[in-house]
Write a protein that binds this ligand. Sequence first.
Ligand SMILES: NC(=O)c1ccc[n+]([C@@H]2O[C@H](COP(=O)([O-])OP(=O)(O)OC[C@H]3O[C@@H](n4cnc5c(N)ncnc54)[C@H](O)[C@@H]3O)[C@@H](O)[C@H]2O)c1
Length: 300
Amino acid sequence: MKLTDIKTILVAGAGTMGQQTAILAAISGYRVVMYDISDEILAKGVEGIRKNGDRMVRVGVCTSDACSLALEQITTTSDIKAAAVDADLVMESIPEDPELKGKFFGAINDHCKPETIFTTNTSSLVPSMFADRSGRPDKLCALHFHDVTLSKIVDVMPHPGTSSQTMDLVKAFAESMGQIPIVLARENNGYVFNNMLMSFIGSALSLAAKGVTSIQEIDRSWMGVMHTSVGPFGIMDSIGLDTCWKVTSYWANKRNDTQAKANAAFLKGYLDKNMYGIKTGQGFYTYPDPIFSRPDFMTM
Ligand SMILES: NC(=O)c1ccc[n+]([C@@H]2O[C@H](COP(=O)([O-])OP(=O)(O)OC[C@H]3O[C@@H](n4cnc5c(N)ncnc54)[C@H](O)[C@@H]3O)[C@@H](O)[C@H]2O)c1
């Protein structure tokens, strides 16, 4: 398959990242079919796509007209067969669970064309955990996005069975959407940026979980020295505290790391109160106007 053969993208998962990747692909001229497990979830996903589209217009990724046209290119379905039948490339953004991802890729493999390329947006897993279950390991690699309104950096990462043709094609596909692919030569947990980010977030969580100081003081410290508009806790709110918790608790258990387990428990306290970050309007901060965005945050 060549880049020019890629016309229809299946975006699996209508959550935080599915919404972003769907609008990005549509703005880039691709037809998009968004798939999730229920029509109610898809309806919320479409609302989120519109909001992401508005954000992209605001930050200058595209014009308002281009965004409206792109929205018309997106259809939704909760029928896996209908989602898969025309797909040339799959961008998977379903929850961070190797079993779930393996099951999903196995299921769409039955309905997709033999040449369809599969990509996963996993943050903390690696594609080899579910590559065999996809039925086409040579055509599967990671295409991992960061927040598409803030960054154009994407990781393109193979597992040991990914073909070089798949890597070249997925790199070209990323570039066709205006992204800057960081191509990894081998599988690595957390890719490149996330590897650094997880240490940063872990360190911020440890400070808070140990009661060293408040969330606001930790963010103020980082923002004040680095001159950034957001600190580690604001970043976690934008990632989603559920995703942060899943990643933290996975590695805490795998490494039997006592402090990381305490950090996961600290995050769980927020989830138990339905505080998931920007997506629920409340996390470490309250949205849409978090106090760290106020001009007087540094001196409060
Ligand atoms: N949130 C981030 O900042 C971020 C960034 C990069 C990558 N990722 C990765 O993207 C993936 C999704 O994360 P998210 O934050 O968008 O999660 P999310 O919880 O916001 O969305 C996941 C969506 O997948 C749907 N889903 C569940 N099971 C499904 C199935 N079997 N088939 C189809 N859809 C299904 C859910 O209903 C939900 O709408 C994860 O692997 C995560 O690690 C997240």
